[in-house]
Design a protein around this ligand. Structure first.
Ligand code: PNS
Length: 163
């Protein structure tokens, strides 16, 4: 049976750090679903469809990756897709408490939902979507932080916002 992992997140927008985790997950599982989800603690800058489009642009050459959008409970989605794992990236100890809480809650809601943490690569330890948004909104250079393919789309989006 195919081993499917779900890699959920707000991806607002996707960064090099996210892509690194997605690629590595794709090497560990038969199929990885990158799930654009809603984080109730965050106000997203990009719509779910915009975020999904950006993710699709960067994973199109990876054959075992699918991109989906879901606004409900992650544990339900995992059940519905018969996935065996939720993959999350951990940047630092400060990520751990929150991620651990979510992993336990998801396991309680769906006991098949095993969360697997991948440690971030050292060059991406400081990187977050919020840093990318702040720099882009102020007209800074975000090219070291996001995949080349979506650089223009992100910059355009922040440019349009200013006009
Ligand atoms: O990239 P983020 O913002 O850290 O991702 C958090 C996300 C979107 C994965 C989390 O908020 C989530 O799972 N949202 C879906 C709704 C849900 O199931 N919430 C309960 C989580 S225990």
């Amino acid at each position: 049976m195919e081993r499917i992992a779900v890699c959920p997140g707000s991806f607002d927008p996707i960064t090099n750090g996210h892509l690194d985790i997605i690629r590595r997950a794709a090497g560990l599982f038969d199929r990885v679903i990158v799930l654009i989800s809603h984080n109730a603690d965050k106000h997203e800058a990009f719509t779910a469809e915009e975020r999904a489009r950006l993710v699709r642009m960067v994973v199109e050459d990876l054959p075992n990756i699918e991109v989906d959008v879901f606004d409900g409970l992650l544990a339900e989605y995992v059940r519905r897709r018969r996935a065996c794992a939720i993959v999350k990236g951990l940047r630092a100890v400060s990520d751990f408490e929150y991620e651990f809480q979510m992993a336990l809650a998801n396991k309680k809601l769906n006991d098949q939902a095993e969360t697997v943490f991948l440690t971030t690569s050292t060059e991406n330890m400081y990187l977050s979507s919020s840093i990318v948004r702040q720099i882009a909104a102020l007209g800074g250079d975000i090219s070291p932080f996001v995949p080349k393919r979506i650089l223009q789309a992100i910059n355009q989006r922040f440019q349009t916002e200013k006009e």
